[in-house]
Write a protein that binds this ligand. Structure first.
Ligand code: SF4
Length: 199
Protein backbone atom coordinates (compact mmCIF):
# COMPACT_ATOMS: atom_id res chain seq x y z
CA UNK A 1 0.00 0.00 0.00
CA UNK A 2 1.50 3.33 -0.98
CA UNK A 3 0.54 6.84 -0.02
CA UNK A 4 0.27 7.41 -3.72
CA UNK A 5 -1.63 10.64 -3.42
CA UNK A 6 -0.27 11.91 -0.14
CA UNK A 7 0.45 15.58 -0.50
CA UNK A 8 3.02 17.03 1.85
CA UNK A 9 1.26 20.33 2.30
CA UNK A 10 -2.43 19.66 2.52
CA UNK A 11 -5.45 17.52 1.87
CA UNK A 12 -7.37 17.10 -1.36
CA UNK A 13 -10.85 17.82 0.00
CA UNK A 14 -13.73 17.48 -2.45
CA UNK A 15 -16.46 18.82 -0.15
CA UNK A 16 -17.59 19.17 3.44
CA UNK A 17 -21.24 18.95 4.47
CA UNK A 18 -23.29 19.29 7.65
CA UNK A 19 -25.70 18.21 8.90
CA UNK A 20 -24.94 14.71 7.60
CA UNK A 21 -27.50 12.15 8.76
CA UNK A 22 -26.86 9.06 6.65
CA UNK A 23 -23.25 7.93 7.20
CA UNK A 24 -22.87 7.01 10.85
CA UNK A 25 -25.01 7.48 13.96
CA UNK A 26 -26.47 10.85 14.88
CA UNK A 27 -25.98 14.21 13.25
CA UNK A 28 -22.50 14.54 11.77
CA UNK A 29 -20.09 16.63 9.73
CA UNK A 30 -19.01 14.83 6.55
CA UNK A 31 -15.76 15.20 4.63
CA UNK A 32 -15.25 13.60 1.23
CA UNK A 33 -11.63 13.54 0.11
CA UNK A 34 -10.53 13.44 -3.48
CA UNK A 35 -8.41 10.75 -5.10
CA UNK A 36 -8.40 6.94 -5.08
CA UNK A 37 -6.37 4.51 -7.17
CA UNK A 38 -8.13 1.32 -6.06
CA UNK A 39 -10.39 1.31 -9.14
CA UNK A 40 -13.20 -0.87 -7.76
CA UNK A 41 -15.51 -2.04 -10.53
CA UNK A 42 -18.77 -0.13 -10.17
CA UNK A 43 -17.31 2.56 -7.87
CA UNK A 44 -20.19 4.77 -6.71
CA UNK A 45 -17.99 7.86 -6.48
CA UNK A 46 -15.91 7.84 -9.67
CA UNK A 47 -15.81 11.63 -9.75
CA UNK A 48 -14.16 11.60 -6.30
CA UNK A 49 -11.65 8.93 -7.30
CA UNK A 50 -9.90 11.36 -9.63
CA UNK A 51 -7.18 13.33 -7.81
CA UNK A 52 -7.26 17.05 -8.32
CA UNK A 53 -4.40 19.13 -6.92
CA UNK A 54 -6.63 22.21 -7.26
CA UNK A 55 -8.67 20.83 -4.37
CA UNK A 56 -5.60 20.79 -2.12
CA UNK A 57 -6.27 22.76 1.07
CA UNK A 58 -4.27 23.29 4.25
CA UNK A 59 -5.30 20.64 6.77
CA UNK A 60 -5.79 23.30 9.44
CA UNK A 61 -8.26 25.09 7.17
CA UNK A 62 -10.25 21.88 6.56
CA UNK A 63 -10.29 21.10 10.30
CA UNK A 64 -11.36 24.62 11.16
CA UNK A 65 -14.27 24.53 8.71
CA UNK A 66 -15.41 21.15 10.06
CA UNK A 67 -15.22 22.29 13.69
CA UNK A 68 -17.19 25.44 12.88
CA UNK A 69 -19.90 23.29 11.29
CA UNK A 70 -19.85 20.95 14.30
CA UNK A 71 -20.43 23.96 16.58
CA UNK A 72 -23.17 25.33 14.34
CA UNK A 73 -25.10 22.04 14.21
CA UNK A 74 -24.06 20.76 17.65
CA UNK A 75 -22.78 17.74 15.75
CA UNK A 76 -19.52 16.57 17.30
CA UNK A 77 -19.36 13.49 15.13
CA UNK A 78 -17.46 13.26 11.87
CA UNK A 79 -17.47 10.88 8.90
CA UNK A 80 -14.56 10.88 6.45
CA UNK A 81 -15.02 9.15 3.11
CA UNK A 82 -13.98 9.68 -0.46
CA UNK A 83 -12.01 8.91 -2.51
CA UNK A 84 -9.56 6.97 -0.36
CA UNK A 85 -8.66 8.77 2.88
CA UNK A 86 -5.59 6.60 3.54
CA UNK A 87 -3.95 7.57 0.25
CA UNK A 88 -3.50 10.91 2.01
CA UNK A 89 -2.55 9.32 5.32
CA UNK A 90 -0.14 12.02 6.51
CA UNK A 91 -2.78 14.70 6.08
CA UNK A 92 -5.50 12.42 7.46
CA UNK A 93 -3.58 11.83 10.69
CA UNK A 94 -2.97 15.54 11.12
CA UNK A 95 -6.64 16.29 10.44
CA UNK A 96 -7.80 13.75 13.02
CA UNK A 97 -5.50 15.25 15.66
CA UNK A 98 -6.91 18.71 14.96
CA UNK A 99 -10.51 17.46 15.01
CA UNK A 100 -9.96 15.74 18.37
CA UNK A 101 -8.37 18.91 19.75
CA UNK A 102 -11.41 20.83 18.48
CA UNK A 103 -13.84 18.70 20.47
CA UNK A 104 -14.93 16.08 17.93
CA UNK A 105 -15.94 12.98 19.91
CA UNK A 106 -16.67 10.46 17.18
CA UNK A 107 -14.64 9.95 13.98
CA UNK A 108 -15.73 7.28 11.49
CA UNK A 109 -13.64 6.61 8.37
CA UNK A 110 -14.64 4.62 5.29
CA UNK A 111 -11.62 3.04 3.56
CA UNK A 112 -11.25 0.74 0.60
CA UNK A 113 -8.24 -0.97 2.23
CA UNK A 114 -8.69 -3.94 4.57
CA UNK A 115 -8.17 -3.15 8.26
CA UNK A 116 -5.53 -5.88 8.57
CA UNK A 117 -3.33 -3.89 6.15
CA UNK A 118 -4.20 -0.51 7.63
CA UNK A 119 -3.38 -1.50 11.20
CA UNK A 120 0.14 -2.62 10.21
CA UNK A 121 0.93 0.49 8.23
CA UNK A 122 -0.91 2.99 10.44
CA UNK A 123 -0.86 1.66 14.02
CA UNK A 124 -2.22 5.03 15.21
CA UNK A 125 -5.68 4.44 13.77
CA UNK A 126 -6.95 2.26 16.61
CA UNK A 127 -6.32 5.00 19.17
CA UNK A 128 -7.25 7.93 16.91
CA UNK A 129 -10.39 6.79 15.11
CA UNK A 130 -13.67 5.88 16.78
CA UNK A 131 -14.72 3.45 14.06
CA UNK A 132 -13.79 2.17 10.61
CA UNK A 133 -15.62 0.59 7.69
CA UNK A 134 -13.04 -1.24 5.60
CA UNK A 135 -12.66 -3.00 2.30
CA UNK A 136 -13.25 -2.24 -1.36
CA UNK A 137 -16.63 -1.98 -3.03
CA UNK A 138 -17.39 -5.25 -4.84
CA UNK A 139 -20.04 -5.05 -7.51
CA UNK A 140 -20.49 -8.83 -7.54
CA UNK A 141 -21.31 -9.01 -3.82
CA UNK A 142 -24.30 -6.80 -2.99
CA UNK A 143 -25.59 -6.44 0.56
CA UNK A 144 -28.88 -5.66 2.28
CA UNK A 145 -27.10 -3.89 5.12
CA UNK A 146 -27.66 -0.15 4.96
CA UNK A 147 -24.27 1.01 6.30
CA UNK A 148 -22.13 -0.47 3.53
CA UNK A 149 -22.07 -0.86 -0.22
CA UNK A 150 -21.08 -4.51 -0.59
CA UNK A 151 -20.98 -7.61 1.56
CA UNK A 152 -17.22 -7.90 2.11
CA UNK A 153 -16.91 -4.58 3.92
CA UNK A 154 -16.57 -4.85 7.70
CA UNK A 155 -17.16 -2.53 10.63
CA UNK A 156 -14.67 -2.01 13.48
CA UNK A 157 -15.39 -0.06 16.66
CA UNK A 158 -12.37 1.35 18.50
CA UNK A 159 -14.21 3.46 21.08
CA UNK A 160 -16.31 1.17 23.28
CA UNK A 161 -18.09 4.19 24.73
CA UNK A 162 -19.87 4.63 21.40
CA UNK A 163 -21.09 1.04 21.18
CA UNK A 164 -24.75 1.77 21.87
CA UNK A 165 -25.11 4.42 19.18
CA UNK A 166 -23.15 2.41 16.59
CA UNK A 167 -25.14 -0.76 17.37
CA UNK A 168 -28.36 1.16 16.67
CA UNK A 169 -26.98 2.54 13.41
CA UNK A 170 -25.65 -0.84 12.25
CA UNK A 171 -29.09 -2.32 12.86
CA UNK A 172 -30.94 0.13 10.60
CA UNK A 173 -32.85 -1.78 7.94
CA UNK A 174 -33.61 0.93 5.40
CA UNK A 175 -31.01 2.72 3.32
CA UNK A 176 -31.30 6.47 3.61
CA UNK A 177 -29.99 9.01 1.16
CA UNK A 178 -29.68 12.74 1.69
CA UNK A 179 -30.38 14.89 -1.36
CA UNK A 180 -28.67 18.30 -1.28
CA UNK A 181 -29.81 20.79 -3.93
CA UNK A 182 -26.95 22.61 -5.65
CA UNK A 183 -26.94 25.54 -8.05
CA UNK A 184 -26.62 22.97 -10.82
CA UNK A 185 -28.11 19.56 -10.04
CA UNK A 186 -28.09 17.76 -6.69
CA UNK A 187 -25.60 16.09 -4.38
CA UNK A 188 -26.62 12.63 -3.18
CA UNK A 189 -25.13 11.60 0.17
CA UNK A 190 -25.26 8.08 1.56
CA UNK A 191 -24.86 4.59 0.15
CA UNK A 192 -27.40 3.67 -2.52
CA UNK A 193 -28.41 0.07 -3.09
CA UNK A 194 -27.04 -1.40 -6.28
CA UNK A 195 -29.39 -0.45 -9.10
CA UNK A 196 -30.87 2.61 -7.34
CA UNK A 197 -29.35 4.86 -9.98
CA UNK A 198 -30.25 2.67 -12.93
CA UNK A 199 -33.40 3.01 -14.74
S1 SF4 B 1 -12.24 2.50 -2.68
FE1 SF4 B 1 -14.14 3.71 -2.88
S2 SF4 B 1 -13.57 5.53 -4.09
FE2 SF4 B 1 -11.94 4.00 -4.35
S3 SF4 B 1 -12.49 2.94 -6.26
FE3 SF4 B 1 -13.29 1.73 -4.52
S4 SF4 B 1 -15.43 2.48 -4.26
FE4 SF4 B 1 -14.35 3.99 -5.54
Amino acid sequence: MADTLAPKVGLMAAFIHAPLKVLGPGTRVGLWVRGCTLACEGCLSPELAVPDKLSLRPVSQVASEMIKLADKHLAYRVTISGGEPFQQAVALKELILLLRAGGIKDILVYSGYPFKELRVRYPWIERSLSALVDGPFELAHPTDLAWKGSEGQKFYLFDPGLKESYDAWLGLKARRLQIIPLLEGVLVLGIPKLGDYQG
